[in-house]
Design a protein around this ligand. Structure first.
Ligand SMILES: [Zn+2]
Length: 205
């Protein structure tokens, strides 16, 4: 499995391509807003995205989901955040952005183990940024969306956000055994051991 990273859009959402090198088919984690950017990346990388996994429904992560879905890409999201793909809670309206509503293809839940393109993806519920935010675990990698960032955590002042929930979610990640690479929805990559030590927002020892 190969990982490629593409920062997209004004809000610099990190889109991640997980590619099966045998087939060159790819899972995309959080596509961002631009359909064109994903199409171009597919061409540049020589891959074909067949599944889009959304950490949550906010427009800056999910804005191109419907356009990709029309190409046959299967869209995955937690059952709690799924309705936000069709209502104002994706925040597109608040930020003056267009958002084409959609019904997700697959609703996921805490503890699910997905097999997609020969890649095993575990779903960890990490509510707090939104009530339906999830982290996707693939091997020793955590795709944390807007839950955990390099020495920071996600905002909790948007609708369905909850600070205590967020802190508990980050602690849940910190309590995983061993070391993981952390690939957040924005900004730089980090590791779980770095965050256990240096993240000032969460008491942990
Ligand atoms: Zn968000």
């Amino acid at each position: 499995m190969k990982l490629y990273h593409l920062p997209t859009g004004l809000l610099h959402v990190n889109a991640y391509f997980l590619v099966n090198p045998q087939t060159n088919n790819a899972i995309l984690i959080d596509g961002g807003e631009s359909y064109k950017a994903i199409k171009k990346a597919e061409q540049d990388l020589g891959v074909k995205v067949t599944a889009l996994l959304l950490t949550h429904a906010h427009f800056d992560h999910a804005g191109n989901a419907r356009a990709l879905q029309k190409d046959g890409v299967k869209v995955y999201i937690s059952k709690i955040d799924a309705p936000k793909l069709k209502n104002g809670l994706n925040l597109a309206g608040d930020f003056g952005r267009q958002f084409e509503p959609l019904d997700a293809d697959v609703l996921v839940d805490d503890g699910d183990e997905l097999q997609i393109e020969g890649i095993t993806v575990k779903v960890i519920a990490t509510p707090g940024h939104t009530d339906g935010s999830v982290t996707f675990m693939v091997d020793d990698m955590l795709f944390t969306g807007d839950t955990l960032f390099l020495q920071s955590v996600g905002r909790t002042d948007f609708p369905t956000g909850d600070k205590n929930q967020l802190i508990n979610s980050v602690k849940r990640l910190f309590n995983l055994d061993g070391e993981y690479k952390v690939y957040p929805g924005h900004e730089d990559f980090t590791t779980l051991s770095h965050e256990r030590k240096y993240n000032m927002f969460v008491d942990y020892d």
